[in-house]
Design a protein around this ligand. Structure first.
Ligand code: ADP
Length: 162
């Protein structure tokens, strides 16, 4: 069985990685889809995001970049059997439930939700970017290569604020 894990991953946090690792143990193959949404103010290009993630992926996980489109259409293209989403809290749940229902209704594809581990529940790419922006502590939340890329962004932001 093949699973599709779509998202922005701008950048990947240790919470995303935990979902990737756990999904890789449940499925023969996992495809991560980086959705390239030009309307979103992302910090990293899709290619940069992909390159930051590559060193951490289990052997049965691949990664591809897709221009923004319906997730179910990406699932069809990669021939995925199931969609994967991570759930941190009730806010995530409320956001995800309608999407999962409509996706199932229209195409038959099921969404499998993995609960975030308690230690990763508070992690989000946007919270980490906020910490970067205001010179907070974010090292524990990302892998070292991603931390280094964020440090560079922090320096750039500092220069721009001058
Ligand atoms: P999107 O822009 O689609 O929300 P994200 O990159 O923010 O993409 O997240 C992709 C998926 O990973 C979503 O299902 C999100 O709920 C999940 N996710 C994000 N952070 C965590 C975390 N810390 N623990 C578990 N799941 C997470």
């Amino acid at each position: 069985m093949k699973a599709l894990y779509p998202g922005s991953f701008d950048p990947m946090t240790n919470g995303h990685l935990d979902i990737i690792e756990r999904t890789s143990q449940l499925f023969d193959e996992v495809v991560i889809a980086i959705m390239d949404n030009p309307n979103k103010k992302n910090w990293f290009t899709p290619k940069e995001r992909m390159e930051m993630m590559l060193p951490h992926l289990p052997h049965n996980v691949t990664i591809q970049i897709f221009p923004l489109q319906l997730t179910v259409d990406v699932a069809k293209k990669v021939e995925a059997d199931v969609l994967i989403r991570g759930l941190r809290n009730s806010e995530d749940f409320l956001f995800e439930q309608n999407m999962a229902i409509i996706n199932q209704e229209q195409t038959g594809i099921e969404t499998l939700f993995l609960m975030s581990c308690p230690q990763y529940m508070a992690y989000s790419s946007s919270r980490i970017k906020e910490l970067v922006y205001y010179h907070g502590q974010y090292q524990p939340y990302v892998k070292p290569n991603i931390y280094r890329a964020l440090k560079e962004k922090e320096k750039q932001i500092y220069e721009d604020k001058k």
